[in-house]
Design a protein around this ligand. Structure first.
Ligand code: ZN
Length: 277
């Protein structure tokens, strides 16, 4: 079936050979080394639009912040249907790079600032883990995002939604957020979904994507969100390519036993409203 598809989360920039724990891991697919590779990825999979963000946690630690943000800016300039997210870091040692990146984030096709808590050790989303400098940096980034009407994409893993609840006890003004991965692991999803449903009921302008989520996660969150008015406007299609394949994510949605109109919200409508204009 021909569908309009918006991939709200895929990557540019070479991961290389970095070890995670003791393993040398590699993306599933050919890496997107430049805008041409991204353009081919969209074309080959009949994807209508995409948000590309830098690969991070690379062998060369500053690659995501410096070189790959540059690749995102090049991609949005060269390819019509690619929009971008710039990767920013509130880590004290990274802030001088982040300030330079923010200066470039006023580009009309930059829609997202992406932050990845898995690169923040020892800090988490909980303000209890922050010191003065880190708090100042986070507030600068969020304030910039708000002023420029950007969406903040936040990585989520195992315990991140719990820590983020503590963030929300102190900050009510975070604006629009796309939580990437919905908690990512089985345990992370179990923690994330009930909290996300609560945040939507509390009228936060939040979204989540289906990238890398385990099999049961999408059906479960759909069954919870469909009981809330507008709840299914909050789920976005995203693949994390080249870390996983387009088709495996396409079938996560296509195989759900839900109305066609709801599938089209997840594949396209929700993202087009959030990012497409
Ligand atoms: Zn990702």
């Amino acid at each position: 079936m021909a569908r309009k598809i918006f991939d709200t989360h895929f990557h540019i920039g070479k991961w290389g050979k970095r070890k995670v724990f003791t393993c040398e891991v590699q993306p599933l697919l050919k890496e997107h080394e430049n805008y041409k590779d991204c353009e081919i990825y969209l074309q080959e999979n009949n994807i209508d639009k995409g948000i590309v963000v830098p690969t991070y946690l690379t062998e060369e630690p500053k690659a995501g912040l410096v070189d790959y943000n540059r690749l995102v800016l090049e991609a949005v300039d060269k390819v019509d249907n690619i929009y971008g997210g710039l990767w920013v870091s509130p880590m004290p040692a990274d802030m001088r790079y982040t300030e330079k990146i923010l200066a470039r984030a006023t580009h009309s096709k930059i829609k997202v600032l992406k932050m990845s808590v898995n690169a923040w050790g020892p800090y988490t989303y909980s303000p209890k883990s922050w010191d003065k400098t880190f708090r100042y940096n986070i507030e600068c980034i969020l304030e910039f995002s708000k002023q420029h009407n950007l969406v903040t994409q936040l990585h989520t893993g195992v315990s991140d939604s719990r820590a983020f609840s503590e963030f929300l006890c102190q900050y009510k003004w975070i604006g629009r957020v796309q939580f990437v991965h919905m908690g990512e692991t089985v345990e992370g999803v179990l923690e994330f979904v009930p909290r996300f449903v609560r945040w939507i009921k509390d009228n936060f302008d939040f979204y989540c994507d289906i990238a890398l989520v385990p099999g049961f996660a999408l059906g479960w969150i759909v069954s919870r969100l469909e009981k809330i008015e507008g709840g299914l406007n909050r789920v976005l299609f995203g693949t994390d390519a080249p870390w996983s394949s387009f088709l495996s994510h396409y079938w996560k949605v296509e195989s759900l036993d839900i109305d066609e109109s709801l599938k089209s919200k997840i594949f396209w409508d929700n993202a087009e409203k959030l990012y497409g204009k």
